[in-house]
Ligand binder design. Sequence first.
Ligand SMILES: [Zn+2]
Length: 344
Amino acid sequence: MRYCGKYQVPSPRFRTWNVEFGRCLEFGIRSLEFVFVFVACLLCAPPVPATTVSPKEFTCPLDGTKFTGRVLVSTDKLGGMDSDFCSWPKGTPGLPYEVQVCPKCFYASRNEFFNDALPEAVKKSLETVLKKWRQDHAEAKTADELSGGQRWELAAVSGIVKNDHPPLMGNLWLRAAWAARQAVMSDLHLALGDPMSSFEQLDAMEADLKEEKDPQKIIEETFRLVLGSQRAGDVKRRDAHLKKLEEMKLSQDETSRLAALKKAFAAEALYQERAIASFNVALEKGLANPEERHVYLYLVADMTRRLGKNAEAVTLYKKVIGSEQVRPDIRKMCEFLINWLQGD
Ligand SMILES: [Zn+2]
């Protein structure tokens, strides 16, 4: 900028002020630009994916019952993933909507196979088996009352009668275990991150709990630690906090919650034992695809750890590492868990 004439030459002070004002103006404009870009990004960004379901008509191949089921359309993995590949959405778990259960006879199967016709001999056996299951689980009078884990359990029970392939059976039981876990802690909102950092987070939660003085907060935080430990598969830590809860003075609701949790943990363990048995049959009989063998072996190892059998789990994790062409993420997880279990 050039000035002509004596009154047009700004004083050094004015020049400084003018330069500062210019800088402020420029900064203001840039800030506004930033705000505009930020708002535009917010407006144009795709919405956060959520679990969505839609109605679909099904016909039970066992008794011809027609019903409208809810089918999973989309979900997300924003809640992280556990060491056994159980992925968590930010909101409602979608697993229960991947299987259908006939409201009349409780026959269950994955959505895509539900309507498939069944041989007569299989139908007869299914009727007997499902009737027995309902007698043993009288608490669920209607299909709507079934838990997510029970929906997958019924799909697996139906799968046994249909003589489904062992790897498929292992996957059904594995999902029953995932659904049982998610059903009791979908409101936990624990950002455990990757499975390997979950133990550090649990350590931090324990340190915070030691500082807590409020009796009610101590109860709440201990419940969270029980749930977090279950999700991380740290049975020893879970049981230590369960014991503490049992020794505390709990309200009626808290006592019921504790009983429900223990029941859900027992159900998850039962499903894991069955998944291990099915995957082991697949491995022993050579029924798994060669590239999937180490994945099944890893799942057996991880579920063994989740059942509290740490020494056995270490041997199995080592066996996974010794397999041919191990997936890098699986190798990393095995190495971490061997170290963690051996340092325990
Ligand atoms: Zn039916």
